[in-house]
Design a protein around this ligand. Sequence first.
Ligand SMILES: [Zn+2]
Length: 457
Amino acid sequence: MPTTVLRHVAHLATFDHADRELVDVDVVCVDGWITAIGAELPVPDGAEVIDASELLVLPGLINAHQHLYQVGLRAIPELERALIGPWLGGLGSRCVDWWESGRLGPELIGALAACGLAESLLGGVTTTADQHYLHPAGPTLPLIEATIDAARVVGSRLHAGRGSLTLGREQGGSADPRLVQDPEEVLRHATELIERFHDPAPGARIRVDLSPCGVHVDGAALFEAFAELAAAHVGVRLHTHLYEAVDTAFSHGRYGISPWEFLVRHGWAQDRTWLAHVVDIPLAEIPELAAAGVAVAHLPAPDLRMGWGCAPLREFLDAGVTVGFGTTGSASNDGANLLGDLRLAALVHRTGEQDPERWPTARELLAMATRGSAACLGRPELGRVEVGAAADLSCWDLGTVDRVGQADPLIGLVLAGLSDRAHTVICAGEVVVRHGQLITADERELARRANSLLRSG
Ligand SMILES: [Zn+2]
């Protein structure tokens, strides 16, 4: 395993418990862990030394909600302006087309995931939580397995979420029956994924989570079975979409309760759970999430793109809810630019709020995208720079013309900049991005391969 020393870091924002920010320090990474932080540290024999005197160094960013397969579904003209109903229908028909034309298989999904994870690494994201719910009816294809392979190739950490669509139109749900699986098959495959790939150890590169797509497309029995399966495995967490408008209407219509009440009833009000979106939640329920230890992934870009508006971010924070940050998949974002979405969040929550003290600060937002997302994923060793934490670092160039004149590098990182590409990225102690270039794979070759698989068939 490599030993790396970041020498003379211009500005280190640790996002540790004390929110320490340090100037002109060294960071030593040995065997995938941070072993020392301080001034003029001795350089271990054989270490690679990186001059960080013009770098802002943060923990590796963590995307707490992503659908990597949607890299193949970007910028579709018919879905540029679509409400959730037509959007879901359009997405479903394109996935059915992939399937019926023979394109939907591990090759395509692996190639798309490699592009999405490479894009993420280039943007400083060292851990991605992928929720893969696209599975054609019948026996499960090794699509999540291909995503895990892609993460290993490009050098990213991955939380592989075993997603599902199990309530088709015949079962009163809204999913296309050609993309609906039997809950028994979902559970069989989820168990197999955990046994084959889930690493419960601190510093794990791959973990498996259980992530039904939502209350409107999965039934109570599956939610309960997933809660039981998670409880039997250290580090396996529970994740789903909640309060994205469509599930709110469905839950009230079918069950006569809110989506949150559905989760409470079926064993998900627990600290293994984190939820995506949570836009139209009744404010009275927010303290219940906090009391249950349920975390939220804030996803402002898709929330805005779908016309839902802003999630009540300040109310979450005031109530003590753990908040992480994510992009969601590319069909409703359309990129995986976490830093760009932080900029959006910094601005959009000002709308209609006359008290600037309630606007999120750059540091609050970066805390969400680092240790907040880490808490969503149950990874206390990630999302912070301190001795004993994992050696995941995102480093940003302060020596460029777009950073001139910045009084504060963290505010500048969020609010300014010509590009959101990181300068250097280290994941599990390995340098994966150097001078803004991916070094674990050929970026253009990844893109060529994915494009060619999308066009075939
Ligand atoms: Zn999503």
